[in-house]
Design a protein around this ligand. Structure first.
Ligand SMILES: *[C@@H]1O[C@H](CO)[C@@H](O)[C@H](O)[C@H]1NC(C)=O
Ligand SMILES: *[C@@H]1O[C@H](CO)[C@@H](O)[C@H](O)[C@H]1NC(C)=O
Ligand SMILES: *[C@@H]1O[C@H](CO)[C@@H](O)[C@H](O)[C@H]1NC(C)=O
Ligand SMILES: *[C@@H]1O[C@H](CO)[C@@H](O)[C@H](O)[C@H]1NC(C)=O
Ligand SMILES: *[C@@H]1O[C@H](CO)[C@@H](O)[C@H](O)[C@H]1NC(C)=O
Ligand SMILES: *[C@@H]1O[C@H](CO)[C@@H](O)[C@H](O)[C@H]1NC(C)=O
Ligand SMILES: *[C@@H]1O[C@H](CO)[C@@H](O)[C@H](O)[C@H]1NC(C)=O
Ligand SMILES: [Zn+2]
Length: 410
């Protein structure tokens, strides 16, 4: 019961700043001290072994969560005391009145009748609009501002079978923004835990991966809320960033996310990796050619003034391998390959301030000091007890930065 009292108190105090405080979500994980047991599902690189009998030490009470892969309002989640309090704390009279969209019989979005010229709802799926027209609504992030910078993002994790991929990123000291599906987080909690431990930028990707503009206000809220709650429950941090499935959002959806203090991260280059072999006209060759084009853009002047954010997926072996195969060329053709929190200088991408991210410049200084051999090489290294430690990482990083400055001054 105390949990709900705390929630209600925090909801009351949140009215002043207009966003709901999610910091009362339960979690037993200390995000600054993550220990992942050495068991086959966390250490093996053989998919059958990783995924067989997947068990974790997280006790998931089915009655406290939406049905896995069901709408986030399922399993009576829309009538729980917690969700009702949240829902009622929001002043819905201020919500943008965009209509709830429909799907075509083929499962695509029905855009018929939408005024794409005036684009009243800033509907990304129709016009790629990113700057909201309604007031008090967070706009989308869709690019890394720095020249020759590749903003690295992967959707649809975690999964039981991705140890080799996370090992590859860790070996290359490469961080990415990871957009996790709430249902996957509860299915494979050690995958999410590994993501945080390795210093990746964790973001929500909804509970059940539906087209968000086709959902009611209540459903949109639940999709965002229970995903953030699942990430907090497992990793100890509450994400402040999210990405809608297929980029489908408009001002109504943005405004609801804003009530949870969340901002959407979209992209300006799409590999279409997930669609290879499943969507007519898109083959592995199509996706490889996309990668080659995007790689070329790093050195032919396309990104001389600003960078990109590239949409890719960790969804299956094929999509992970596209990236792994092209990564060396990406590194050669771009000056920087970074997660989005870093390129946007977002020091606190989570509600919990114990995890901080370096600024883009600091992240560069770290690299400079590594190159000149003066600094410690901190962070997500290959050692298994490096811990999570974007936090531990800032100390040495700061010292390295200071050292660099002193050397310049001398
Ligand atoms: C559960 O935690 C114990 C103690 O930390 C550990 O020895 C064990 O391997 C863990 N089991 C699983 C399935 O994670
Ligand atoms: C909860 O959602 C169900 C469908 O998922 C709906 O029938 C019901 O009316 C909702 N309850 C409330 C209180 O909104
Ligand atoms: C998880 O990975 C397995 C094995 O690669 C794959 O078959 C499955 O589709 C993935 N599940 C999800 C939900 O991504
Ligand atoms: C994809 O599968 C192949 C064959 O099993 C394996 O060698 C490779 O490491 C896998 N790639 C990733 C990123 O897991
Ligand atoms: C909202 O998020 C920003 C960072 O994105 C943070 O500075 C602020 O404290 C958050 N506000 C609330 C109410 O959580
Ligand atoms: C750079 O390469 C891309 C991909 O091939 C191409 O579309 C673009 O036109 C090129 N830009 C310039 C300035 O050459
Ligand atoms: C720092 O180095 C890493 C690994 O080489 C690289 O991925 C990253 O882009 C660099 N950071 C910046 C800001 O250049
Ligand atoms: Zn997705």
């Amino acid at each position: 019961m105390w949990k709900y009292q705390a929630l209600l108190i925090s909801l009351a105090s949140s009215v002043a700043f207009g966003a709901v405080d999610m910091s009362q979500f339960p979690s037993k994980t200390d995000p600054t001290n993550i220990n992942i047991p050495n068991i086959p599902q966390t250490t093996s690189n053989d998919v059958a072994t990783e995924c067989q009998y997947y068990q974790s030490n997280f006790t998931i009470e089915k009655s406290e969560w939406p049905t896995i892969w069901g709408l986030a309002t399922s399993n009576n989640m829309n009538t729980s005391a917690e969700f009702t309090a949240l829902y009622n704390s929001i002043d819905w009279t201020k919500a943008p009145q965009a209509p709830i969209r429909s799907l075509t019989p083929q499962g695509g979005l029905n855009l018929v009748g939408y005024d794409t010229v005036n684009d009243p709802d800033c509907w990304w799926s129709a016009t790629q609009c990113k700057k909201p027209k309604s007031p008090d609504t967070n706009g989308d992030i869709a690019t890394c501002p720095q020249p020759e910078t590749w903003g690295l993002t992967f959707d649809d994790g975690p999964n039981c079978s991705h140890n080799a991929f996370y090992d590859y990123l860790e070996t290359n000291k490469q961080r990415a923004s990871m957009f996790y599906i709430g249902s996957n987080v509860l299915n494979w909690p050690y995958g999410a835990l590994r993501g945080l431990k390795d210093g990746h930028h964790l973001c929500g990707h909804t509970w059940s991966h539906k087209m968000m503009t086709t959902l009611t206000n209540q459903e949109v809220l639940a999709e965002l809320y229970y995903t953030a709650k699942a990430i907090k429950f497992v990793t100890g941090v509450t994400p402040l960033h999210w990405r809608p499935a297929l980029g489908d959002l408009d001002d109504r959806v943005r405004w609801i996310a804003t009530q949870l203090n969340m901002t959407a991260i979209l992209w300006n280059l799409d590999t279409d990796d997930w669609a290879a072999n499943s969507t007519p006209g898109i083959t592995p060759e199509t996706v490889n050619q996309r990668y080659l084009d995007f790689i070329k853009m790093g050195s032919n002047g396309t990104f001389a003034e600003s960078g990109n954010i590239v949409l890719s997926h960790e969804i299956n072996n094929m999509t992970m391998d596209f990236f792994v195969n092209h990564y060396p060329a990406i590194k050669q053709n771009y000056k920087h390959v970074v997660d989005v929190a870093t390129c946007q200088n977002i020091a606190n991408p989570y509600l919990e301030k114990v995890i901080t991210f370096p600024s883009f410049d600091a992240s560069e200084t770290q690299n400079a000091s590594t190159v000149t051999g003066s600094g410690v090489v901190p962070g997500a290294t290959g050692s298994s007890n490096s811990g999570n430690t974007i936090n531990n990482y800032n100390g040495p990083l700061f010292i390295a930065a200071l050292f660099g400055l002193l050397m310049v001054a001398v």
